[in-house]
Design a protein around this ligand. Structure first.
Ligand code: AMP
Length: 414
């Protein structure tokens, strides 16, 4: 089956077309046919498109909305520039959507019907920026492909629905949870789930034997404690603002800071929330950039004090979380690094792990320094009590596979 995987944001649509079916999933022979990114939708959009084995193209196009973007993807896919496996709309067999918030309702990926769409709408309150754009993507695909084409929703939150009550409840009046469902949901679930799954494939172990800490470090960052294959705790909360230091997000802060800033800076609480989401994290501390690669270069080449500080705070926070998750989930066999920083920066991995010798984590510095750009495998010494792995994430592949499973009515393996 050829699956169109859509990740619809407020002004962007990222997509991949992946050929997969139950047999290909079993033999790991899924095939990526095409990928692309349409940004600045609503005006003159920037469009990058690439079919497998062909040169990438970069162009601009006037795209009014998400529907126009999906139409353009389909037109391109069926054209001579698109993948050779797609010649008409009939060659797309299903659409898989990344949906940010599934609330407590969705514990697995689901085939979308009107009832599911309504339940996703019910979660808008929990993700006012993301779920409406995801819904627009679903409606756009329905308009473009017709209501007969199966569509599947894969939720960022679903994998973390196994968190026990004591991990997901905040210590605020319980009626606020009952009334408004204020609790920890966690995000990046598809990424944590994928790398945990790859780890057990590499180790040739069963799901129930998978005890790991997965660390997704990209522009957004989160960590998950996984015991017996299930997410037991994770650092993002009601929203993706909590937890680790991120590109522009603060992660954990004392909640009293919000009112303090409101008073001192004359800002509304909404404005402070924006400040914590968009002007904090690596960008906020360094005053330079949210880009880890640039910060490392500033530190190395210009000895920039605040770039150094931002990286130190970032690494310290991750190390602190690893220690607390080891305690929280009763130990682990491995930590797994993924995401743009986790996959590509030996230096950040080394700085995070440098304080973890006490738990028996000894990084193989040579292996670690070579582990970049698509490397998958172990980067710790063989006698390390706690192993360290680098596993590139592949959320699109998991979305495509879940889409096939949902369409075929096969049980999803988490
Ligand atoms: P993502 O959101 O997963 O695409 O990750 C984006 C982050 O990964 C940015 O902060 C990039 O600077 C960072 N990144 C990508 N490549 C490298 C690298 N080679 N070294 C350090 N950071 C990197």
């Amino acid at each position: 089956m050829n699956i169109l995987v859509l990740n619809c944001g407020s002004s962007s649509v990222k997509f991949q077309i992946i050929a997969t079916d139950m047999e290909m999933i079993g033999s790991n022979t899924d095939q990526r046919l095409a990928r692309g990114n349409l940004e600045r939708i609503g005006g003159e959009a920037i469009v990058s498109l690439q079919a497998n084995g062909r040169a990438a193209s970069l162009s601009t196009a006037a795209l009014r909305d998400t529907r126009a973007a999906v139409e353009m993807i389909l037109r391109w896919a069926c054209s001579d520039e698109g993948p050779e496996q797609i010649t008409s709309v009939a060659d797309i067999h299903a659409v898989g959507h990344r949906v940010v918030h599934g609330g407590e309702h969705f514990k697995h990926s689901v085939k979308i019907d009107d009832e599911v769409l309504r339940a996703i709408e019910d979660c808008i309150e929990l993700a006012p920026l993301h779920n409406p754009t995801n819904i627009k993507g679903i409606q756009a695909a329905r308009d473009v492909f017709g209501s007969g084409l199966p569509q599947v929703a894969v939720f960022d939150t679903a994998f973390h629905q196994t968190l026990p009550e004591h991990a997901y409840l905040y210590a605020i009046p319980y009626q606020l949870y009952r009334r408004y469902r204020i609790r920890r949901y966690g995000f990046h679930g598809t990424s944590h789930r994928y790398v945990a799954y790859r780890y057990r494939q590499l180790q040739k172990i069963a799901r129930e034997e998978t005890n790991v800490i997965t660390i997704h470090l990209g522009n957004g960052c989160s960590i998950a404690g996984i015991r017996s294959g299930n997410s037991q705790d994770t650092s993002m909360g009601l929203t993706p603002l909590e937890g680790l230091v991120m590109g522009t997000r603060s992660g954990d802060i004392d909640p009293a800071i919000i009112d303090f800033i409101c008073v001192k800076e004359g800002l509304s609480s909404h404005e402070v929330e924006t400040l914590l989401n968009k002007q904090s994290g690596l960008l906020g501390i360094s005053g330079l950039t949210n880009d880890m690669r640039e910060l490392l270069a500033e530190e190395r080449e210009n000895n920039d004090r605040r770039a150094h500080l931002a990286i130190e705070v970032f690494c310290y926070r991750v190390r602190k979380y690893i220690g607390s998750y080891l305690a929280a989930i009763g130990g682990a066999d491995a930590v797994i690094f993924t995401g743009g920083i986790g996959e590509n920066s030996p230096e950040v991995r080394s700085r995070i792990c440098s304080g973890l010798q006490w738990i028996g984590l000894s990084l193989d510095e040579e292996k670690n320094s070579l582990a970049q750009k698509g490397f998958e495998g172990k980067v710790s010494n063989d006698d390390s009590r706690l192993a360290a792995y680098v596993i590139p994430t592949d959320e699109e592949l998991l979305i495509a596979r879940d889409t096939v499973r949902c369409v075929m009515g096969v049980e999803q393996r988490f």
